[in-house]
Design a protein around this ligand. Sequence first.
Ligand code: NAD
Length: 370
Amino acid sequence: MKKTIAMLPGDGIGKEVMQGAQEVLSVIAEQYGHEFHFTSGLIGGSAIDQHSEPLPAETVELCRQADAVMLGAVGGPKWDQEPPAGRPEKGLLALRKELGLYANIRPVKAYECLSGRSPFKQSVLEGVDFVIVRELTGGLYFGKPSERSFKGGEESAVDTLYYTKKEVKRILNAAFELAAQRKKKVTSVDKANVLESSRMWRETAEEVKAEYPGIELEHMLVDNAAMQLIKNPAQFDVIVTENMFGDILSDEASVLTGSLGMLPSSSLSTGGLHLYEPVHGSAPDIAGENKANPLAMILSSAMLLRTSFGLREEADAVERAVQHVLDAGKRTGDLAVDQERSLTTAEMIEEVKEGLADDNAILHIMEAYA
Ligand code: NAD
């Protein structure tokens, strides 16, 4: 299979972890006889430095020419003083709009071998395997007006939570489709006791449910959802929610996995050009120190192989290699109990590549004896 992948490393540790995804995808290409062509573009702070804007038109074009897009992370203190429209994060929001990336899929899996790293008891983590489906192109992060004003000598600010019914239906459909391939349960999270937008969301969820008779639907208020994620996270299968609720809940859910550095994601578009990125940010506190955990980015590349290219076997191989490395006790600093024995980013990438080589050798042996 011949494919082009646009790589947008972005800022901070984005560059370091992106290296891991590219190396792992190259190994997969070699092992399974594919040709992956990697192109590279600027976004976020690094684009501001070179082009004075967070999302240059040439980056959007580079993405449009590709079969899939990978993104590292954007932002950092260097650009915190930029005016709101020129901040690194605006580059990512604009790219989501440009590519029509409306559904962010965030799998949350508790690895048994990492339970020592989690502040939760093992009994709470048992069976945790769910997906957060976050709406990505509407809601509070895009609604207008979003501005400050000075009237009558008083400063005020407004943000707007706006959704069309069509947008809500689209994301709910994505969640039900996903649930149909999993444990057949959708938890729709809203704040319907207070927000009108949530009341429309809840009604729409009921309408969509009628199209999926085999799927259970429950509604949960976002404050309760925040509590249930900690109290009994194994109850969830697919959680679907609006943009800001999803942003917050998925960071909370990352604690279940032991580190933000373990959470991959995919962002799906209606047009079929999808984007894959870790849930974490640019981690300025450790950027450039070769300390970042590359596994969220590497697991995002597995999602790319499965979702964009339909390469299930290859995706499974990447996920098995990550599991193998963790089972063998290999840890970057964010996961390590004993910091002295923690791996650098580059060492962790090498471990996963070795894991892939071992996995491939085992598959060949099994084929030979089949
Ligand atoms: P962050 O995710 O960058 O970091 C939070 C904490 O987790 C830090 O202590 C960091 O060191 C740690 N961490 C994150 N990823 C890690 C990894 N792979 N390995 C090891 N440790 C990891 O969030 P933040 O500190 O709130 O934000 C920093 C910058 O990133 C800000 O400019 C923010 O706007 C931006 N950001 C970008 C994205 C994105 O690009 N999608 C997402 C979130 C935050």
